[in-house]
Design a protein around this ligand. Structure first.
Ligand code: RB5
Length: 152
């Protein structure tokens, strides 16, 4: 799969591990930075990753910050992006089965490298269940369409 990957300064070290883990599994990684530990702003890198998912250039995205929260908030602003902050394996699994999450965010200050790799493997390898969950995703898309970034 083609995977867009990004981080802020807090996620920099973990991004290298996740990149290696994805490549070992045969995925193509589109690394969107950041490329150093200098302090930076997570929305800039969330946007880069989410843009590639939103326009279809990447099938999946992974974005890493301190908690995973800021990256998820920013990524979910882009149309068609379903970003899930998953710092445990159960949530990662169900974000795929029930929510068809196409962008995973991780908190490098929350999970250690071993758990983070396991989360990524689980998330990459779990299919969407479809059925009643597909109907709910249609509702999500309808809500996005109704507001289109505007306040009611
Ligand atoms: C950076 O200090 C931190 O706020 C950021 O990595 C992230 O956790 C935000 O959600």
């Amino acid at each position: 799969m083609r995977v867009a990957l990004g981080c802020d300064h807090a996620g920099f070290a973990l991004k290298a591990l996740i990149r290696a883990c994805l490549e070992e599994s045969g995925h193509e990684v589109l690394d969107q930075g950041t490329f150093c530990e200098e302090s930076c702003d997570y929305p800039d890198f969330a946007e880069r990753v989410a843009r590639l998912v939103s326009c279809g250039e990447a099938e999946r995205g992974i974005a890493i910050c301190g908690t995973g929260i800021g990256m998820a908030m920013a990524a979910n602003k882009l149309p068609g992006v379903r970003a899930a902050a998953c710092n445990d394996i159960y949530t990662a699994r169900f974000s795929r089965l029930h929510n068809d999450a196409n962008l995973l965010t991780l908190g490098a200050r929350v999970v250690g490298p071993g758990v983070a790799e396991e989360i990524v493997r689980t998330w990459m390898g779990t299919p969407f269940e479809g059925g009643r969950h597909a109907r709910r995703l249609e509702r999500l898309a309808e809500i996005e369409g109704r507001y289109g970034g505007r306040r009611p």
